[in-house]
Design a protein around this ligand. Structure first.
Ligand SMILES: NC(=O)c1ccc[n+]([C@@H]2O[C@H](COP(=O)([O-])OP(=O)(O)OC[C@H]3O[C@@H](n4cnc5c(N)ncnc54)[C@H](O)[C@@H]3O)[C@@H](O)[C@H]2O)c1
Length: 425
């Protein structure tokens, strides 16, 4: 087996996770070069690979100036800096492994798909949920006709209150104009899973939602702009930034140079000036904290999706002509099983439990690991469009997300065909 070789642009939280997984499969994959302006991120990559011959560069431009160094370029920069390095890499002859979202606006998503087609490049989007044992099992049960013909889907994503505050109130994705709308930034995975399970073209979307909690109206009396400015309600506030020193320390891994093991004094100093020290009711955020999307598909399946800051985990119900499949966090809470299939006519329940993922790759339900393990086989597929999360497939689910945002903002039902046509360059 000839290993696939990778170069990487943007070696933050996501790429360092992929790098560890890539290095755990030396017969299938190898990292040969990486770029990031932060020296500590390059140091971590060198530590992860343990390979002194791996080339490091202080930025995307410097890496791209070298010509083609590997089979696949990983794009792991922040949302607004995906399209530009992706196009340059494809022009140099790289295939691409691209973090989601593909781009921050839909015309750019279409442009990238068209460029990949014109240049004959493979682009795989990191829709990691498609590679989890959990959704893989659900997909195979549906394909086997376990619940008959699918009629409707109800999916919920609970972001979790502190996660919402960390990422979508204080953090990278809090201002949608600087990143992407919540339905894309967080829930493009859910749009993608719904599209995959329904396996048909989405025709129309409607959507409602708002930012209604994390705003100044909900600020407690006397709450200052920063938690570090002696907030009078700090002790009772679930979002008090001092929690980064105690119960919420795990989030530092993603945003603080010293990570989870940093001394308290350094973290405290950082909270005084960093976005993560701000009061959640006094930020510049506009990302919604609740949103619903209604969808109809060409095969007559209807679907609803709810994103809420105030729930934790994903839940799913798929209704079919023979039975109902319930899965995810609500099902687990009530039945202690991961997936339950109930037959309409016998009333019988069949339960499915997945072996819990272990180790540090438990994130995304094993999807990060599943994705990296699948890469070699995905790249061997004769038709790049049939890769499990190819750009061609991902454009469909990104269209659903961007159209849902338009539907939410304009309060109109959006036809997907018209939306795609209007956004074509
Ligand atoms: N697939 C998923 O489930 C998932 C989960 C979280 C985040 N993401 C997406 O992954 C992407 C990266 O997220 P992250 O949390 O790893 O971000 P991050 O901020 O930890 O990493 C981004 C890195 O890009 C680097 N960078 C900035 N400019 C650069 C340049 N010119 N050249 C090279 N590197 C540059 C930064 O220094 C940083 O290290 C985002 O688009 C995010 O939305 C995907």
């Amino acid at each position: 087996m000839i290993p696939l070789t990778f170069a990487a642009i943007g070696c933050g939280s996501r790429v360092s996770t992929y790098a560890k997984l890539i290095c755990s499969l030396p017969q299938k994959s190898k990292i040969v070069a990486c770029a990031d302006p932060k020296p500590e991120r390059l140091e971590l990559m060198s530590k992860i690979t343990g390979d002194s011959s791996m080339l490091t560069f202080p930025g995307a431009d410097e890496l791209l100036a070298q010509g083609k160094l590997a089979d696949v370029m990983i794009i792991g920069t922040q949302d607004a800096f995906h399209a530009e390095p992706c196009i340059k890499a494809m022009e140099l002859g790289y295939d691409v492994l691209m973090e989601k979202p593909i781009a921050t606006n839909f015309p750019e998503v279409i442009r990238l798909e068209q460029e990949a087609k014109r240049l004959g490049r493979r682009v795989l989007i990191c829709h990691v949920l498609r590679y989890t044992p959990f959704y893989g099992k659900i997909k195979s049960l549906l394909e086997a006709g376990t619940i008959g013909e699918i009629t409707s889907i109800n999916a919920i994503e609970g972001v979790g209150p502190f996660h919402q505050a960390h990422s979508y109130v204080r953090g990278h994705w809090s201002v949608s104009g600087k990143s992407s709308p919540m339905i894309i930034a967080k829930s493009c995975h859910d749009m993608d899973i719904i599209s995959w399970l329904v396996d048909s073209k989405c025709e129309q979307v409607a959507s409602f939602g708002s930012l209604s909690y994390f705003n100044s109206e909900h600020a407690p009396d006397g709450a200052p702009a920063r938690c570090t400015d002696r907030c009078p309600v700090a002790l009772d506030c679930p979002y008090d930034a001092h929690r980064y020193l105690t119960t919420e320390r795990k989030w530092l891994k993603m945003v603080f140079k010293g990570g989870v093991d940093a001394p308290d004094a350094e973290v405290l100093e950082w909270l005084r000036t960093s976005p993560w020290g701000r009061c959640v009711y006094h930020c510049d955020n506009d990302a919604v904290d609740r949103q619903t999307v209604n969808m109809s598909f060409a095969n007559n399946v209807t679907a609803t999706f709810t994103m809420s800051a105030f729930d934790v985990g994903r839940s799913l119900e798929v209704r079919g002509t023979k039975g109902i499949l319930s899965a995810g966090s609500v099902t687990k809470r009530i039945t202690e099983h991961d997936i339950v299939v109930t037959d309409h006519f016998t009333g019988e329940n069949t339960t499915y439990d997945l072996t819990p993922e272990s180790g540090e790759y438990v994130g995304h339900g094993g999807g990060d690991q599943g994705l990296v393990e699948a890469l070699h086989d995905e790249w061997a597929k004769p038709d790049s469009a049939t890769m499990r999360s190819s750009i061609q497939r991902s454009v469909e689910s990104h269209a659903m997300g961007f159209a849902a945002e338009q539907a939410r903002v304009t309060k109109q039902v959006v036809s997907l065909d018209e939306f795609i046509e209007e956004n074509r360059c």
